[in-house]
Ligand binder design. Structure first.
Ligand code: ADP
Ligand code: 2DT
Length: 212
């Protein structure tokens, strides 16, 4: 019998919503229950393109806004062959940020149209589940100061949140909103339950193409 495919599970949300914490916990929990799972994060700063993006985010170099948007997208496409291979082999991928961050962050800049922002990511592997970790700016502020990287200001993050809210109206994507203000363990339980359901559902479905 052919092996059942893994699920593509994405966590999105504003800065400090708990994405990285929850991705790590989810992968650990899935592995402990005998389900093959791995974490991926975007941007993947380890590739040549990722290093350019990293230098941009660290403000060590400037890049024109359209150019950096396309680089973020290219940084996803370069991982697609590996992602497809892992999913086909039955490994569930837990992804910290995906094309939705790409669109939300660039379209938060003046003069960027949502459709233009989406276009380079059309056709990427479509997530079986996208969980949006919802956290108010006040709660996020309690989790610490903004760092030094580009985009880490409360004004910009507020616009990003609005862009995410717009993207979440798209019913072609399986968006689920998570209350990220609860304790780490309570958020984890919520995410784990939804992920196990998504893994079961994905087993018998072909992998889709995003925004197509
Ligand atoms: P993100 O990846 O969304 O930016 P992180 O997982 O890095 O968020 O978490 C940001 C900070 O908030 C970290 O210091 C982390 O320990 C803390 N944190 C994460 N989840 C919670 C939670 N549910 N309650 C309180 N603090 C949290
Ligand atoms: P972290 O490494 O702390 O998540 O920050 N971003 C991300 C974009 O502008 N476009 C994208 O396509 C992606 C994936 C969000 C990464 C920063 O880069 C932004 C915050």
């Amino acid at each position: 019998m052919a092996c059942k495919r893994g699920a593509l599970i994405v966590l999105e949300g504003v800065d400090k919503a708990g994405k990285t914490t929850q991705c790590n916990k989810l992968v650990q929990a899935l592995q402990q229950s005998g389900k093959p799972a791995e974490m991926i994060r975007f941007p993947d700063r380890t590739t040549t393109i990722g290093q350019l993006i990293s230098a941009y985010l660290e403000k060590k170099r400037d890049l024109e806004d359209h150019t950096v948007h396309l680089l973020f997208s290219a940084n996803r496409w370069e991982l697609v062959p590996l992602m497809k291979k892992k999913l086909e082999q039955g490994t569930t991928l837990v992804v910290d940020r995906y094309a939705f961050s790409g669109v939300a962050f660039t379209s938060a800049k003046p003069g960027f149209d949502l459709d233009w922002c989406k276009s380079p990511d059309v056709g990427l592997p479509k997530p079986d589940l996208v969980m949006f970790l919802q956290l108010s700016p006040a709660e996020a502020a309690r989790r610490g100061q903004f760092g030094e990287e580009r985009y880490e200001t409360s004004v910009f993050q507020k616009t990003v949140q609005q862009k995410f809210e717009h993207l979440m109206k798209d019913t072609s994507v399986n968006w689920q909103v998570i209350d990220a203000a609860k304790s780490v363990d309570d958020v984890h339980e919520d995410i784990k339950t939804r992920s196990l359901n998504a893994i079961l559902a994905a087993q018998n479905l072909p992998l889709g193409e995003l925004w197509k």
